[in-house]
Design a protein around this ligand. Sequence first.
Ligand code: ZN
Length: 300
Amino acid sequence: MSSTHSLLLIKPDGVERQLQQAVVEAAEEAGLTVVCRHRLLLGEEEIVRAWADTRRSEHPLEHLSLDFWYGGRPMEVLLVRGPDAFTRANRAKSVVRAAYRLGPFGNVVHAPDHTGEFELQLSVFAGDCPTCAGTLSTHFGDYGDVPQAYPPGALLPAAWRDIERLRELAQPMWEDPASCFWRPTYPQPYRSGESAGAQDHAVYIAASPNQLSFDNLVGAMLTALPGIAFPHALELIVSALHHQDFTLAVGTLAECERYRDALMAQGLNTPVRTLAQDAVRRREQIRTGATVGTSGAAAA
Ligand SMILES: [Zn+2]
């Protein structure tokens, strides 16, 4: 068992900003010893294996963001050792992020949460490093049987599980986040085209819905909000991952209660409030630029 080992992955933005030493120091201050440190370059095949706990065929959006963030960009991996290594490595991660994070795609460093994730990722990150490979106790074979990180959820429609089609749609968002989901006033919430009555209520996400993958979150939106367009559902979910209490849909009380029930059945925490409360909340978001500090697996 490698319970006394963990790893810190210095992401491409951390390497570009030369924050390696800051990560090393945070690890040491957390009581960990850096046992090995080496450069890392991941291609698509390596990403598929290192995140085999989030199967690419079922979670193409998760993998697309991994491709965007990590694919072909220099990173470094630190193998660390110490008591409670997972807790301490995550503490070091939090310290570094608090000091250096730059928005949703610049959070510098990653640390696994448990032994399974550590073994899986290090089995790929080790590359041909004998020190890193020497700490592993699991053999993953063809990576087909890796236990999945997320509980089963609504998949994207088959037509949208084509990662190249998703890439075409999502690339502009990823390359220029400020153009869309980084503004509190955009995208506009979903509204039914067949609404009967005053649309004076709203459904919002009350907490960062991190227990579901991007794909399951978007799948839940497509299931719960009749006729919503796929790009709109995607923009709303990516926005919700980066803003507190993000408004997903507006409608009559009865409509919003239906949306809420359908979304909650998929695992989202989505209460209803009045539009007046919603407007106050949005003004507050615009004033403070309030964001939540977390997003899906890629930022974990
Ligand atoms: Zn190594």
